[in-house]
Write a protein that binds this ligand. Structure first.
Ligand code: ADP
Ligand code: ADP
Length: 225
């Protein structure tokens, strides 16, 4: 079954008002297990709206969002929050690491919250940091890390609780081209080594071309790109 199925999703803002806007008009997308899909979209096309639907942060007006076979469209907020925390990892353009904690602690804390022992959480955290090449920065705080290092730590944090699905919104958007390349490689290494499925929004067509598949959001629907 698909890691993510978005089936006929529609979203209208300001319904019935003069400024009504139909942002999503029947979006269709299936992300297979282990597949990394790039989403490109002009600004204002509805990329954030779609990622919010996929991440169970907002509900469609119609259509279904199914995560690993679990149709969460009509479920309670409580069920959706539980699914979001256990099944989905998020990465943004800016990392949002906790500044007063070390890199490792930033990855350990969400695991402790999920009931993992400190010892296992630290071992898993170090393993993740090693995979993206920043293990030697484990005891540094975010302010002591470069932008690229901070973002790689943020990837590890997003994957700390082993979600099957990663949603990323411009994950390399604030980095220079060379750093952006390194950070993207780190992300792909992590994804490939964990069998992660991902939907990654990016303006960078070169990076998009290195993912498994590219889709474009335009006029409220997704088309192959
Ligand atoms: P993108 O991320 O592709 O730039 P968004 O999903 O943020 O696009 O927004 C798509 C369109 O929907 C824009 O025209 C935006 O102004 C509008 N929009 C987004 N969120 C809201 C909201 N909460 N209420 C009303 N309009 C919104
Ligand atoms: P917690 O309360 O455990 O931090 P939540 O269930 O509130 O987690 O959120 C889970 C994930 O969803 C977090 O990684 C967070 O970054 C993301 N998230 C929560 N609310 C929003 C939002 N309004 N916009 C974008 N991302 C959000």
């Amino acid at each position: 079954k698909a890691a993510l199925l978005i089936d006929g999703v529609e979203k209208v803002y300001n319904k019935g008002k003069p400024n009504e806007i139909a942002v999503l008009r029947g979006v269709q997308l299936e992300v297979a297990p282990g597949e990394v899909v790039a989403m490109v979209a002009p600004s204002g096309a509805g990329k954030s709206t779609l990622l919010h639907m996929a991440g169970l942060l907002d509900t469609p007006d119609s259509g279904r969002v199914v995560i690993a076979g679990d149709d969460l469209s009509g479920k309670s907020d409580r069920a959706r929050t539980a699914a979001r925390r256990s099944k989905i990892g998020f990465i943004y353009q800016f990392h949002h690491l906790l500044p007063e904690f070390t890199a490792l602690e930033n990855i350990v804390l969400p695991q402790l919250a999920a009931g993992v022992s400190k010892r296992d959480a630290e071992a898993h955290g170090m393993d993740l940091l090693g995979k993206v090449g920043v293990a030697e920065r484990a005891t540094h705080r975010p302010g002591e890390l470069s932008g690229g290092e901070q973002q790689r730590v943020a990837f590890c944090r997003a994957l700390a609780n082993k979600p099957g699905l990663l949603l990323a919104d411009e994950p390399t958007g604030n980095l220079d081209p060379k750093t952006s390349d390194q950070v993207f490689d780190a992300l792909m290494t992590l994804a490939r080594s964990t069998g992660l499925s991902a939907l990654i929004a990016t303006h960078n067509l070169e990076l998009a071309g290195r993912m498994d598949r590219m889709v474009r959001l335009e006029n409220g629907v997704l088309v192959d790109a």
